[in-house]
Write a protein that binds this ligand. Structure first.
Ligand SMILES: N[C@@H](CCC(=O)N[C@@H](CS)C(=O)NCC(=O)O)C(=O)O
Length: 204
């Protein structure tokens, strides 16, 4: 929404995170996702969900695709069906290949109390992520952005995954193309305003 200049109200809603961190540390969750009104909108009880003038939608990357088509086809995929499909493919890939491993990393490095962490689980998640990040690095050796010469909606979820990958205190092999692309993503004003702050990712 910030990329395309839409006004929005942002409501923290998680049932596992709250103002004082993850519930495993004893804090209260924001908890909006556990309310009946929220479950009507999103029966999964997960975040995010949007309400765009009465149109309700969940699944983060479907939300990005919808907002792109509805509000900014030129900006977010060059108003071109093949660019849309190419970017969309990377968005599915992000959920399939990166989400699980990164969830484990954030739990093991940030959110769980130290006595509940397991170095073997952390290492397995790091290993799990090396292959997909290598695939992304290779793809970015062929084009400046994931879907070609220009920034598209496909770079949004992947930019967030790359940010966490580089913020976490873990061993990483050099991936020069990924690093070059990530540096370009970090320069975007919407990224600076909403994603960049390490506290969004490392406090919990
Ligand atoms: N595939 C879904 C995943 C949604 C999801 O699992 N969200 C997590 C946070 S990343 C969640 O809501 N967890 C429960 C909670 O925080 O209460 C998407 O991309 O939107």
């Amino acid at each position: 929404m910030a990329e395309i200049g839409l006004d929005f109200e942002f409501i923290l809603s998680s049932a596992t995170m709250g103002a004082s961190g993850h519930v495993s540390k004893g804090g209260n969750p924001y908890g909006v996702v556990d309310t009946p009104d929220y479950r009507v909108m999103n029966p999964n009880g997960t975040v995010p969900t949007i309400d765009d003038n009465g149109f309700i939608l969940w699944e983060s990357n479907s939300i990005v695709r919808y907002l792109a088509m509805q509000h900014a086809p030129d900006l977010l995929y060059g108003d071109d069906v093949r660019t849309f499909a190419s970017a969309s493919r990377w968005m599915d890939w992000e959920n399939n290949e990166l989400l699980h491993g990164q969830h484990t990393l954030v739990m093991q490095l940030v959110r769980l109390p130290e006595d509940q962490r397991d170095p073997a689980v952390l290492e397995a998640a790091r290993q799990e992520l090396l292959k997909p990040f290598g695939i992304l690095d290779e793809a970015l050796s062929k084009s400046p952005y994931v879907a070609g010469d220009r920034f598209t909606m496909g770079d949004i979820p992947l930019g967030i995954r790359a940010h966490r990958w580089y913020l976490f205190d873990i061993e990483r092999p050099a991936m020069p193309n990924l690093e070059r692309w990530y540096a370009a993503i970090r320069e975007r004003p919407a990224f600076k305003e909403w994603i960049a702050d390490p506290a969004h990712h490392l406090s919990g």
